[in-house]
Design a protein around this ligand. Structure first.
Ligand code: ADP
Length: 543
């Protein structure tokens, strides 16, 4: 028997129209070159439609890719809706990618129009002759000066004479709404294409009480760059709920973020661990009132457990770990405690919160070993994490590497995990970051977290270095907190670790640096470190 409910399309138009109707007075705040700019959802709504109409006038046809090279600004937020709601595909470009990868991505996606903040235009000027597919540049003045890009039109001029009411548009929920390329650790970046339906359902996912519980009463500070996996889907979900939105604008520094939290009384935000570590470092030196925050999501790489503890204890700010990938829209697991686990002793509660969490309703997960068999949920046995669900990629855009990325309808994440009996996953490593020592695996993530628990350590990264006998051995790269610079020794770190890990896991060497190189989205860049230390002679490794 058929269900007798309407086949109503799950598209972003619904979010936009509802928000325009119900929340016209809600605020959207942006940090600009001239200070904070405020407008309302009513203004936003009108400008989205004016831009949608302007896109049509520019000749953008359904399915065309439209790139954005932009900071987190209100114009970028407008494009998050104007592009997909008028049938085109929002292609967010990572502004920190090297030129060759940016060129590859623009050509691979065949971007027809690119919206660019003036401060970021020089990158495009340099590669202009290599991206002939781009027919127009739309320039967004963020105080970054003039640009020579051609042909170009100014954003404000483009929408000046358009009407702010909706034009007829019909979209299927399965149509592409957005796309985003992974930063590409090996080879060229790979493109994920998000349907309206995936973003719609993912947004619901973010509003669930056991996920981020994002609601109309929240004030979202959009820290995650909007080019990093849809800004973790938060901008879409915020407009869906009618939350107040705060956008930090051009090149935000840690202090800017703290000021915005304090000044706008932000309640919810997401960021990679280096953001929280940075905020902690700042709060050690200066006072900010962050008491408005009810939920700070951390994802992208593992958060050291003691960072969770410090934020609870010292700042009363709850960090909640989530896991996801560009390919998973991105949020797929969240580490909230199940009710019965609240009764566990504090120590165990933190151990659970330091895991990456249980699946968000809608996402199925499993871990599979080298023989293709599912591993038991015993919290011990490692396997590759595989996921499936309505917001998980079903294939990279025009890419021959698809075959290797799927197994029996499951997406292979390339992350090695354990799953405990309650269903909490714990990331041991990305497959390529695991340290293979004498036929056994060492989790670099676990070692890093153990080192970052040391009170004098700010950041730590552990990478594999080739070893004549063991194949690979771990080496720790450590950044001391500013006030302990020069006052911490290798022996101190190793002694601290010895009490916390197996002896054969102990790093063969500890190297102190002033900073750990970061990827374009702020994660520790292990590729760069591995390259830097590939010829490193380990103490005691012989010739
Ligand atoms: P990039 O490849 O540029 O890092 P993504 O942000 O898509 O792009 O990276 C997804 C990967 O980030 C995951 O496969 C996983 O390895 C890592 N990751 C995401 N969240 C977490 C987390 N909470 N803990 C540990 N690793 C994480």
């Amino acid at each position: 028997m058929q269900g007798l409910m309407m086949d109503y399309p799950l598209t972003l138009h619904h979010f936009l129209e509802r928000a325009g109707r119900l929340f016209p007075y809600k605020e959207i705040v942006s940090k600009t070159a001239h200070g904070l700019a405020r407008y309302t959802y009513a203004d936003f709504y009108q400008r989205v439609h004016r831009m949608g109409r302007a896109l049509r006038r520019l000749g953008v046809a359904p399915g065309d890719r439209v790139g954005t090279l932009a900071w987190n600004t209100s114009r970028h937020l407008e494009l998050y809706f104007a592009i997909p709601c008028y049938g085109a595909v929002l292609h967010t470009l990572n502004l920190r990618l090297p030129k060759d990868q940016l060129t590859y991505i623009i050509n691979h996606a065949e971007d027809r129009v690119i919206f660019v903040d003036t401060s970021l235009a020089p990158v495009l000027e340099e590669i202009r002759s290599e991206i002939p597919c781009v027919k127009h540049f739309v320039v967004m003045d963020d105080g970054g000066g003039e640009t020579e890009l051609a042909p170009r039109v100014d954003y404000e001029d483009l929408i000046a004479f358009e009407q702010g009411s909706p034009e007829a548009y019909a979209a299927k929920e399965t149509d592409a709404a957005a796309m985003c390329y992974t930063s590409g650790t090996t080879g060229n970046p790979k493109g994920s294409v998000y349907s309206h339906r995936a973003i719609f359902l993912h947004s619901y996912g973010l509003t669930m009480a056991d996920t981020f519980a994002l609601s109309e009463r929240d004030t979202l500070l959009q820290i995650v760059p909007m080019f990093h996996a849809n800004g973790w889907g938060l901008p879409f979900a915020a407009v869906m709920t009618g939350a107040k939105i705060v956008l930090p604008g051009r090149h935000p520094q840690i202090r800017d973020l703290a000021e915005l939290i304090q000044g706008e009384r932000a309640t919810i935000m997401g960021g990679v661990p280096t953001i929280w570590i940075g905020i902690h470092d700042l709060l050690q030196q200066e006072k900010f009132d962050l008491s408005s925050v009810r939920m700070a999501a951390t994802a992208g790489s593992a958060i050291p457990r003691q960072v969770l503890e410090v934020f609870d204890r010292e700042y009363g700010m709850r960090l909640v770990q989530a896991w996801g990938m560009t390919e998973t829209t991105p949020i797929a697991t969240v580490s909230v405690l199940k009710g019965r686990l609240e009764a566990k002793p504090e120590n165990e509660r933190y151990a659970i919160r330091a895991k990456q969490g249980i699946s968000v309703a809608g996402v199925d997960l499993r871990a599979v070993n080298g023989e293709g068999r599912e591993v038991p949920w015993d919290g011990q046995t490692m396997g590759e994490l595989q996921v499936r669900g309505p917001w998980i990629t079903s294939g990279y855009y025009n890419d021959p590497r698809n075959a290797a990325s799927f197994m029996d309808g499951w997406f292979r994440t390339g992350d090695v995990v354990t799953i405990d009996s309650e269903g909490y996953i714990q990331i041991a490593d990305r497959t390529k970051d695991l340290i293979k020592s004498g036929g056994e695996w060492i989790s670099s993530v676990e070692l890093e977290n153990a080192i970052m628990a040391h009170p004098k350590v700010l950041e730590a990264c552990v990478v594999a270095v080739p070893h004549p006998k063991w194949q690979e051995r771990p080496v720790a790269v450590v950044v001391p907190q500013a006030r302990y610079k020069g006052q911490i020794t290798k022996e101190e770190i190793l002694e601290f670790l010895a009490a916390r890990t197996a002896k054969w896991w102990l790093p063969d060497d500890v190297i102190f640096l002033d900073a750990i190189p970061k990827t374009s989205v702020g994660k520790f860049d292990k590729k760069v470190l591995r390259e830097q230390f590939k010829n490193y002679r380990l103490p005691g490794a012989g010739q």
